[in-house]
Design a protein around this ligand. Structure first.
Ligand SMILES: [Zn+2]
Length: 86
């Protein structure tokens, strides 16, 4: 009986280690704004998505949700939603 419980504990410990190894926690503070970051909603000048200011890129008067949209906007491209891309 003791053996069964021991084996079960070993399996649980191994699973726990495996899960921690496969899904590491992101660095602390990764998903939360730092003090001083603006949480105001801004609209991306390229795709018109709304995003909190601290999650995106502020470029003067303009705002972009990521560097890719900033580059495409500056390149003069027109935004296409993924569903319209085909
Ligand atoms: Zn965008």
């Amino acid at each position: 009986m003791f053996t069964a419980i021991f084996v079960l504990l070993v399996i649980l410990a191994c699973s726990w280690v495996a899960i921690k190894w496969m899904y590491p926690r992101p660095p602390k503070g990764y998903y939360v704004p730092k003090p001083g970051d603006s949480t105001e909603l801004r609209t991306c000048n390229y795709c018109n998505n709304s995003l909190a200011e601290w999650r995106g890129i502020v470029d003067g008067e303009k705002f972009f949700c990521n560097a890719e949209h900033q580059a495409d906007f500056l390149a003069g491209k027109q935004y296409k939603a993924p569903s319209q891309a085909l």
